[in-house]
Design a protein around this ligand. Structure first.
Ligand code: HQG
Length: 174
């Protein structure tokens, strides 16, 4: 655990990408992990974990009703089904990235890559923050309304991230 920047980073890694590092699997339906296993694996008390969940600035994690299970609300690379219903997106959504990816994006559109979905934001500010993780941010406008009309399903995570499987170039404004 010590090698990770923070307990929250470690939990995000376990709940989205590598549950095996604490010897657990994500439930396929719901992406849940037993809280006990997370506490043991991360060396945290329940109070500490509750605090991480409550204070996370992006609302990344949720407990189930009786707090026996925990999951990440989005961002998984592990193959799971969060049980989200497709819903109609706003006309415009935004994707934050960096210049060095634009060549690839222009060629093949937005791809989910390692994650299950392409992540989109409802506002430019959030997209800028997403891009900034990697350098000087570039924001693309996604014509989500037209994509939806054309049959692309969209999902909204419990913490407000818009997601779709891909976004072909013709729906993107650089
Ligand atoms: C890029 C964070 C080349 C894409 C954030 C992105 C977000 C392509 C990167 C969440 C491409 C994938 C997700 C193509 C897409 N060619 N590059 N065809 N298509 N890309 O991390 O959206 O803090 O998987 O632009 O706030 O950056 O972790 O996705 O730069 O909500 O909770 O490939 O992660 O949330 O990177 O970030 P990622 P993302 P957390």
């Amino acid at each position: 655990m010590k090698q990770y920047k923070s307990a929250s980073k470690f939990i995000s890694l376990v709940l989205r990408h590598q549950p095996e590092i604490i010897g657990v699997q994500l439930e396929y339906y719901g992406a849940w992990v037993p809280v006990k296993a997370v506490l043991r694996g991360a060396g945290l008390t329940m109070e500490e974990l509750e605090r991480i969940v409550e204070t996370d600035e992006k609302g990344r994690y949720s407990f189930n009703e009786d707090k026996t299970k925990i999951r990440a609300n989005q961002g998984h690379s592990v193959d799971v089904d969060l049980g989200l219903e497709p819903i109609q997106p706003p006309e415009k959504l935004y994707h934050g990235t960096v210049g060095r990816f634009l060549g690839g994006i222009q060629k093949e559109g937005l791809k989910a890559g390692k994650r299950q979905f392409v992540h989109l934001s409802a506002d430019v500010e959030t997209a800028l923050a997403v891009g900034r993780r990697r350098g000087k941010p570039v924001v693309l406008q996604v014509d989500a309304g037209r994509m939806y009309e054309d049959g692309y399903p969209f999902f909204l995570s419990a913490n407000g991230v818009w997601m779709t499987k891909e976004a072909p170039t013709k729906y993107l404004k650089m």
